[in-house]
Design a protein around this ligand. Structure first.
Ligand code: NAD
Ligand code: ZN
Length: 246
């Protein structure tokens, strides 16, 4: 149970902010039915994403990696944005939020209406050719796995950042700039252990921002956060939204 005082304190911080930024992870999409990697009920319990979401796994067994991705693409395509995604989109439209930095690859922020979204880890519904680098968007999970490029016949790969790969430089720069310039960062549904993304809240804090954490479980960031709301994303965001509208 979260003390109402924590919620009120988080709402006060947000109300007096002039440049808030959200930093989100898999937990914000858990209530949309997309499994997280870590945490209770996470994919980690049945698969080891470290053994599938890597360039080595892909060169060893592209079919196995693609079967896992096809399953995840199906989940993403049948999911709907949650109330938490929608509150963030509304806050942006009202000028309360300068943008969203996400580690998620599901595109749910954009589907909820968020416009300033930095996708640090790519997009799962997109693939790119390992031969000619052309990209394509899936409207349905690939029927044949592993899928191949229609133009050059090379293997396609998911257009996401795998463990051990570097982040797209432009996106990283935008995310770092948002983190340095925000006065509040609301960190939602991330275990805060995947680097370099997990550095962003620390950059924000070091630049003087307040940190609000929303996560039902304690994380690596909890000791640094100014307020930790031990709640699910949608319950927390709708409660904060209500308090801000009073
Ligand atoms: P993570 O799986 O490591 O951690 C998920 C966190 O969410 C946990 O701390 C858990 O306690 C919390 N959580 C679970 N349910 C929640 C809820 N209802 N509300 C709020 N929080 C909740 O995820 P991560 O930190 O994003 O890092 C792992 C990597 O996984 C990222 O790089 C991302 O690309 C990838 N990933 C993305 C998706 C997606 O796009 N939806 C899904 C799984 C993994
Ligand atoms: Zn090609």
């Amino acid at each position: 149970m979260v003390a109402g005082t924590d919620l009120r304190r988080a709402a006060e911080i947000l109300a007096s902010s002039s440049r808030a930024v959200a930093f989100t992870g898999a937990g914000i999409s858990a209530e949309a039915g997309i499994p997280t990697f870590r945490g209770r009920g996470g994919l980690w319990e049945t698969f080891r994403p470290e053994e599938l979401a890597t360039p080595e796994a892909f060169s060893r067994d592209p079919r196995r990696v693609w079967e896992w991705y096809a399953w995840r693409i199906r989940k993403v395509l049948s999911a709907e944005p949650t109330p938490a995604h929608r509150v963030l989109a509304e806050w942006e439209a009202e000028g309360r939020l300068a943008g969203v930095i996400t580690q998620n690859v599901d595109g749910l922020h954009q589907r909820a209406g968020s416009r300033r979204v930095v996708e640090l880890h790519g997009r799962i519904t997109q693939a790119r050719c390992t031969g000619c680098y052309k990209t394509l968007e899936f409207e349905a999970p690939p029927e044949e796995v592993p899928p191949r490029c229609r133009d050059c016949g090379s293997l396609l790969r998911p257009d996401v950042v795998w463990f051990g790969e570097s982040l797209p430089e432009v996106d990283w720069r935008k995310a770092a700039e948002l983190s340095r310039s925000c006065d509040v960062m609301i960190v939602i549904g991330t275990s805060a252990v995947v680097y370099p993304a997990a550095q962003l809240p620390l950059i924000a804090k070091a630049s003087g921002a307040d940190l609000i954490e929303v996560n039902p479980e304690r994380t690596a960031l909890s000791k640094t956060a100014d307020v930790s709301l031990r709640m699910r994303a949608s319950a927390a965001l709708t409660a904060l939204d209500k308090l801000l509208r009073r």
